[in-house]
Design a protein around this ligand. Structure first.
Ligand SMILES: CC(C)(COP(=O)(O)OP(=O)(O)OC[C@H]1O[C@@H](n2cnc3c(N)ncnc32)[C@H](O)[C@@H]1OP(=O)(O)O)[C@@H](O)C(=O)NCCC(=O)NCCS
Length: 145
């Protein structure tokens, strides 16, 4: 397994976007109903959101989208390139996302995990996340930008 110690974790740059999207497809977090370019642009449109990337050996090996909504912090698109999974990059990119949110005054972070993604649930539990028992309801209120 490649060494994944000491990654550089930073905010995404324009030139990183194709690699980040390729990583999302490889890691299985891209969804046909979400346009990844739109999602990245929306996260970066203001000071309340970002996409973080972890770079190792000059390549993007992990990502996390973080944002605050005026009440809670949220994390999306947590993904580690398959060849780097199990090497600590998921923990590292989540720590960076939590630190990014904490710097903006956020004190609770939450995230959504598909019910059938048990490995991801176990990963988040290992990081201290707990099931709130809440049901997520969603409604489309505007056409996509
Ligand atoms: C889930 C994912 C982000 C985890 O990243 P990772 O780099 O593989 O995880 P790490 O190596 O940083 O693991 C961190 C800790 O979680 C534990 N962990 C990771 N995956 C686990 C699993 N499937 N079951 C139990 N524990 C797990 C590790 O043992 C490690 O524990 P430790 O640091 O106390 O020893 C990564 O596997 C991934 O990208 N999966 C596919 C995409 C995905 O499902 N993303 C989440 C969408 S909600």
């Amino acid at each position: 397994m490649p060494a994944t110690t000491d990654p550089v974790i930073r905010e995404i740059r324009d030139g990183d976007i194709p690699a980040a999207i390729a990583l999302w497809h490889a890691a299985g977090v891209a969804r046909p109903w979400n346009d990844p370019e739109t999602d990245i642009a929306f996260a970066r449109r203001g000071p309340h959101g970002t996409v973080l990337v972890a770079e190792t050996g000059g390549r993007i090996a992990a990502t996390a989208m973080a944002g605050e909504d005026g009440h809670r912090g949220w994390v999306y698109y947590v993904a580690v390139a398959p060849e780097h999974q199990g090497g600590g990059l998921g923990r590292a990119v989540m720590a960076a996302a939590e630190a990014w949110l904490a710097r903006r005054g956020v004190w609770k972070v939450q995230l959504l995990v598909r019910a059938d993604n048990r490995p991801a649930t176990r990963f988040y539990e290992r990081l201290g996340y707990r099931d709130t028992g809440a049901v997520c309801l969603q409604k489309v209120i505007a056409p996509e930008a």
